[in-house]
Write a protein that binds this ligand. Structure first.
Ligand code: ATP
Ligand code: ZN
Length: 226
């Protein structure tokens, strides 16, 4: 499309663990968004910004492909997409503008409570279910562990009970879900927070000015939250 409209496009999660905090951050930065509007694109009334509400999994790709200018996404999803794109020889460039103070979680290995676990070597020859095959694969390689990785998009925590896997690698914040499924967390392989990312090769001076205006506000909001 012709680039007559130079409105800054920001991608955020439509609904999920990052959406309330992302929206609150925008609001604190002075963006007037119609909160009731449940559409894909929300126009910011008082600035040249459009907010795109999408699945969190789509955000890294939208920014890396230059379709969106900024995005808020978990580092776990961002890093998984980067690793996948490196393997596929696709572009995976972006800049992290800010590590945010929400969306904290860890990607951990968990095994059935009754299982003995003596470090990553215990996973040798085992099957591990995860939504993050590339992050897990990198970890296993670093540890010199030979395990089979099963990629599940959901219900990872029931995989051991269902006989689909010996262990899982999943996101944890409190550990309550693991416990409810008879699992115990045995190793943390990645610590994540939400980050604000920018596409590479953003050169429009009006858009860059707008980002320069937003960043001190974001820093201010985060300092106030401390
Ligand atoms: P979508 O419908 O957008 O694909 P989703 O179900 O994949 O949503 P959520 O569960 O909303 O994703 O999680 C979004 C992000 O929130 C995660 O990728 C992670 O960065 C962060 N997060 C923080 N705490 C947790 C947690 N306890 N479990 C899962 N994700 C968490
Ligand atoms: Zn998702």
């Amino acid at each position: 499309p012709a680039t007559e409209s130079k409105r800054l496009r920001i991608a955020m999660q439509k609904s999920g663990r990052l959406s309330v905090d992302s929206q609150a951050l925008f609001t604190s930065c002075g963006l007037k968004i119609n909160l009731r509007e449940q559409r894909l694109i929300a126009h910011v009334e008082n600035m040249d910004i459009d907010i795109l509400r999408v699945r969190d999994d789509d955000i890294p790709g939208l920014v890396m492909d230059g379709v969106c200018d900024l995005g808020i996404v978990g580092e776990n999803v961002l890093e998984e997409e980067s690793l996948q794109r490196q393997l596929d020889n696709d572009s995976f460039d972006y800049t992290v503008l800010k590590r945010l103070d929400f969306g904290g979680c860890r990607l951990s290995i968990a095994v059935p409570q009754e299982d003995e676990y003596r470090g990553p070597a215990s996973l040798d020859g085992k099957t591990i279910a995860t939504t993050y095959p590339r992050l897990l694969g990198r970890y296993l390689k670093q540890q010199g562990v030979n395990a089979r990785v099963v990629n599940l998009k959901g219900s990872v925590e029931v995989a051991p009970r269902a006989g689909l896997a010996d262990a899982i690698c999943d996101l944890v914040s409190t550990g309550a879900t693991l416990e409810a499924n008879g699992l115990k967390e045995v190793d943390v392989i990645y610590r994540s927070k939400a980050v604000l990312i920018q596409r590479k090769e953003l050169t429009d001076s009006k858009q860059l000015k707008l980002i320069d205006k937003l960043m001190p506000r974001i820093n201010g909001v985060m300092q106030a939250n401390e």
